[in-house]
Design a binder for this molecule. Structure first.
Ligand code: AGP
Length: 619
């Protein structure tokens, strides 16, 4: 996934483009570049590496001009280097293009263009776009871009400038996000809202196969046949400070810290007098009464949220529920039909596999419900109904507050469906609501306790680092849990590996004897989620089995539990007492912080870990 931006107005384009790219860097950060129309030429600079390399170079040799495009890259075709960085130019150097997505038929188009005499310099799929625009250009950039788009197969969000038409920027999208920032005497194109919020809060969300032309004066949108489309800007409710670190060392720590307040806001908005309200949801109550099964489809952290949702939906709504990773669901022959509620969970709402899974489910007649965080995202718009998590912008690649917000929506959906379908007695539903309302304050207390710089989780991370180097970099982590906290074991492992690059695996503790126990000597650090629950005694047995083989244990326990301390556990982290059903919301906090502090001990780029991007909009 990459970040693109376009600007036209009175400001110095370089300044606007670079500031926008810093807001988009979470989308990809292996190289970056800008191209600006300066009088009768296009000036371009692009550099491999983090955006700051480009910023530093431009600070000494700025590019003049008020119209331009910019790009921050997560490489798909072509290694990260200066040549493969965007923008890309046509043969004449008059056309510059930035692109997010994958052009699946680029090789065939490239061969034809080379046969027609076009010269290519990069290994990227993107470079065919400026050459196609050059081929079709007869004095009208919008028309030339439209003709080029008709030949493309795959996904794209693009912004294009031509030095002979310095009064406009042309953009278009298909399966990659593109929004318009509507300003006064200036307009913006960008992959995501944070890139324009320093200048405007009026945003237009573009749909697939819409071509947009922005000038200083205005915005025009057409379809591929050239028919005008009327689009109204919508106001953004949050401001740019929510997409800044606000004094935190990393976005990830800020977003971990926000979770209690995010949860409080979700309950205030959606739990009104004990009744659940999903005002944006367009699926009718009769449909919810009719469903015979639920499929939950997602990737990564969102998949773990779905796994947790399965436990609560089956226990309280009493209908079969299964969970699939999107990339498996879309290539299986999934048994979904009109009696299946298919829930697609996606923070970004742009994950390619999840979008494809959504379309597959719709093709099979299933009613689809998106649980998304980004307003107006593709999955949100294409689902039959959407429930927004309203977690605010999540900038760190490692998802934290979006995860607990997704869990919160699953709890609310469980309460909503249990009441609607009368699957459990009303008093039991009311008891759920009462217990759920305790969680935000407990979460804030927990975060406060473990947020100070030298808390025990940070100390455990220092211990691990010492041990890791003593073992000549050979140590790693195993996460074990049972029942509704098993998905949290997977999530804790994912958090650790994606930001500390240390091997980690989440496993249902009951599976220990079926293989993983062979791993146990004094090496893996084993995180055991052993809070009070119906499987607590079983977890104690697992802990004893691990200790008997010299394993090192970090146990997450219910505060006040003294019984567990008789098991010679190495490190203990307590969480407040809460009904087992809601414990995942609290258990995940120390798991997130453990990953954060370990990665910080190792000095890695926590917000922008290597090889990853915030949303995987390519397969
Ligand atoms: C989570 O920390 C990862 N960044 C990743 O697994 C992520 O959850 C996954 O790519 C799904 O993203 P989505 O929720 O935007 O679809």
């Amino acid at each position: 996934m990459c970040g693109i931006i376009g600007y036209i107005g009175e400001r110095k384009a370089q300044e606007v483009l670079l500031r926008g790219l810093t807001r988009l860097e979470y989308r990809g950060y292996d190289s970056a570049g800008v191209a600006v129309i300066d009088g009768d030429r296009i000036n371009m600079l692009k550099r491999q590496g983090k955006l700051r390399i480009l910023i530093n170079e431009l600070s000494t040799k700025p590019i003049a001009g008020t119209v331009g495009v910019g790009h921050t890259r997560w490489a798909t075709h072509g290694v990260p280097n200066d040549i493969n960085a965007h923008p890309h130019l046509d043969c004449t150097g008059k056309i510059a293009v930035v692109h997010n997505g994958i052009i699946e038929n680029y090789l065939e188009l490239k061969k034809n263009l080379i046969r027609e005499g076009h010269k290519f310099v990069s290994e990227t799929d993107t470079e065919i776009i400026p050459h196609l625009v050059e081929k079709f250009y007869k004095g009208n950039l919008e028309k030339a871009v439209t003709s080029a788009l008709k030949l493309l197969k795959g996904s794209y969000a693009i912004a294009v400038i031509h030095k002979d038409e310095p009064d406009k920027v042309v953009g278009a999208r298909c399966d990659s996000p593109l929004i318009v920032g509507v300003g006064k005497g200036e307009n913006f194109l960008a992959s995501d809202v944070p890139a324009v919020l320093d200048y405007t809060k009026e945003v237009i969300y573009l749909e697939n196969h819409e071509v947009i032309t922005i000038t200083k004066k205005g915005v025009s949108v057409k379809d591929l046949s050239g028919r005008a489309i009327n689009k109204k800007p919508c106001p953004i409710s949050w401001d740019i400070s929510q997409a800044e670190k606000c004094g935190h060392q990393h976005f990830m720590l800020k977003e971990i810290s926000e979770q209690g307040d995010v949860l409080k806001k979700i309950l205030e908005e959606r739990l009104l007098k004990g009744k659940v309200s999903f005002e944006e949801l367009k699926i009718k109550e009769n449909d919810f009464k009719r469903f015979k099964k639920i499929a939950i489809v997602a990737c990564g952290t969102a998949y773990h949220a779905g796994m947790t949702g399965k436990y609560m939906l089956e226990e309280y709504v009493k209908i079969p529920c299964w969970v699939d990773t999107s990339s498996e669901f879309r290539y299986r022959d999934p048994m979904v039909d009109r009696d299946t509620l298919t829930i697609i969970v996606s923070q970004s709402g742009e994950t390619a596999d999840s979008l494809a899974a959504l379309r597959e489910a719709k093709k099979r007649g299933a009613k689809t419900l998106g649980i998304c965080n980004v307003l107006g995202s593709s999955i949100a718009r294409e689902s039959d109904g959407v429930i927004y998590t309203h977690a605010g912008p999540e900038i760190a690649v490692a998802s934290t507050k979006a995860y607990t917000a997704q869990l919160a929506i699953f709890y609310l959906l469980t309460i909503y469906l249990a009441a609607l379908r009368k699957s459990v007695p009303a008093p039991k539903v009311r008891a759920l609501v009462r217990e759920f309302k305790k969680v935000p304050d407990l979460m804030n207390d927990l975060i406060f306790e473990y947020r100070s710089d030298y808390n025990i989780i940070a100390a455990y991370a220092q211990e691990f680092k010492r041990y890791y180097f003593e073992k000549h970099n050979k140590s790693y982590f195993l996460y074990l849990a049972r029942n509704i906290n098993y998905p949290n074991a997977m999530e804790g492992a994912l958090k650790l590996k994606e930001i500390s690059y240390i091997s980690a695996e989440g496993y249902p503790a009951g599976e220990m004897k079926h293989g993983p126990i062979a791993l146990i000597d004094e090496n893996p650090w084993v995180v055991c989620i052993a809070v009070k629950s119906k499987t607590y005694d079983k977890m104690l047995s697992n802990i004893q089995e691990i200790k008997a083989r010299g394993g090192i244990i970090i146990a997450i326990v219910t505060e006040g539990d003294r019984e567990i301390l008789h098991n010679n556990i190495n490190y203990v982290i307590e969480i407040p007492k809460i009904n087992e059903l809601f414990s995942p919301l609290l258990v995940v906090i120390p798991l997130q912080l453990l990953a954060y502090y370990v990665a910080r001990e190792f000095g890695y780029d926590i917000d922008q870990p290597r090889n990853l991007a915030k949303s995987v909009t390519v397969e």
